[in-house]
Design a protein around this ligand. Sequence first.
Ligand code: IVH
Length: 671
Amino acid sequence: MTTPSAQQRHAELCREIARHNRLYHLLDQPEISDAEYDALFRELLDLEERHPELATDESPSRKVGAPAADKFAPVEHAVPMLSLKNAKNAEDFGEFDKSLRGTFLSRTEALEYACEMKLDGVAVELIYEHGQLVRASTRGDGFVGEDITENVRTISTVPKQLTPPCPAQLDVRGEIYIDLADFQQLNRAQEDAGEKSFANPRNAAAGSLRQLDARVTAGRPLKMFCYGVGRLQGSMPATQLGILQQLQNWGLRVNLGETTLANGVDEVVACYRALQQRRDGLPFEIDGMVVKVNDVALQHELGMVSRSPRWAIALKFPPRQEETVIESVGLQVGRTGAITPVAHLRPVAVSGVTVSRASLHNWDEIQRLDIRVGDYVVVERAGDVIPDVVRVVFAKRTGKEQPVPIPENCPGCSAPVSKRPGEVVPRCSNAHCPAQAIESIKHFVSRDAMDIDGLGEKQLGQLIAAGKVRDVADLYTLSKQDLFAMARMGDTLADKLLRSIDGSRRRPLSRLLFALGIRHVGRNTAKILAKRFASLDQLAECNREQLTAIHEVGDKVADSLIDYLSNPDKILLLAKLRAAGVMPEAEVMIQQDGPLSGKTFVITGTLTRWSRQEAEALVEKFGGRAAGSVSKKTDYVLAGESAGSKLDKARTLGVEILDEEAFSRMIREHS
Ligand code: IVH
């Protein structure tokens, strides 16, 4: 029976996921991270598993989810690339095994499982035709991935040609990953080159595969293990283990030595425990064990449910925890002056990565956990290099531990610190604080902002120390000579950096708006603003009412924009940027030859697929104009439910009326 609350949550999730799909697919304005999207999706799948009657064809679980990015050509997977259901512990696995035997196979004897390592990398499909590698793609949404053939060709463990005799057609699946030691070396090299370091080996592998220049990928230490097969024209062994052996015979790299056959739950659990013991000693990161029914005929009998096979499950490991000591607490000044406490830890290896720092977030958190300097603490690394402090080991307190006081002065400039009412973080009150300057310049040059390559923390520190740069505008007046203030800066590198700085002068307005680091103006808000205003000057002319009239702009954002744009220091900075030739490109959305160009739309009534603002943004995106009232000049009225007088007027004037489906067709046909 579906409870009303399950039904309600299901409807909410469908709406939310559909909205995020739209934001991502159509509007190119994602509001949440992939991980947050995945969490929503997982909740939906869980709910539908408990209440299968909710999984109608309308559910996003039956439709395409996260799309392939458009900078790589799309590749459709001939057999969808499914994902795995998760089991958190031995008990969950017991349930899984019971349901397979009881519900689906009606058998009492133990099932034979193949237990494989669950590599924490990027899922990839390789297509071989008559033994030749012809295509490689990412998983994407499971149905359509991105074409990364040229990049994958640079990986030495991926054979370009299989060892004969080869099948006519073979689609192989596997994981591309980076060894932990290589990852740490890569991050050091990134930092030395002024590039951002990667949070974990998986991100590093994903970033390396999605390079537009395959030469960059070639320099990255990527490896691949194959674990399965999609489309196949030819014969294959009848077991998972046999398939792995066959893949190896063709010259593909397979983690065969680490694949174990296990009979029934007890053997699988023993295998899981043994693997967990060995986890820290492995050269790469794994996040669990994949357990697959070994017999392929049984796999077929079991089939799949929503996006996962019934015959396999990921038996995950809990995040790794280690005990260490807080040796001291440092203070970090952010670009908005926020001061964050950072624990300096006695270095400890947490699942293969040495960690020596952990963010303590703020003093409320310090108080909540009762953290003191000298404490033994348990740290947890959930994948990323920077771990969290989970708890204090109170049993090891000696009484000598020291509390972490809220600072009264900024560690960067000694200016007094203030705390705004309602905020948990203390802030430096000095607008010219050098510690803030370095952070705001770091943000300004970052990839999602002005995207200036070659200026990392080290390099900026040297430029600031040499007095060459005080604010972001100074970057644009740097001479080659100035750049030599940085260590290891040769002629070629300096030229490259100058070109990179110069190239950023005409970035889109949304990037500059984000790069300025205005409080509460994140990437999405910056994009929304850049679609409404052609320039910073135009934005600066707006008053609070005009700003809050924009659907996505609330009081906080409006106040912060007004604060920033009326602050004499900032006015000076913007003038300095302008004088240095920073002229962002306007992004006000007019597609000159869009499918709706020259057409005026009025939107009325309640729409189910979009909010009115989203529909207006779509009209503008495709070249049309969205007007508020119906007149003879109106070309179309897009009418939702309970449309009133505007619809009547449209009928009187003979204006064409569209429902959502017709409007959707109109933009789909042309996009
Ligand atoms: S089998 C239909 N085997 O885990 C099952 N997956 O959602 C397809 N993974 O994205 C996956 N190691 O990239 C399989 N030995 C392994 C794996 C593995 C890692 C990844 C895979 C997939 C995710 C599970």
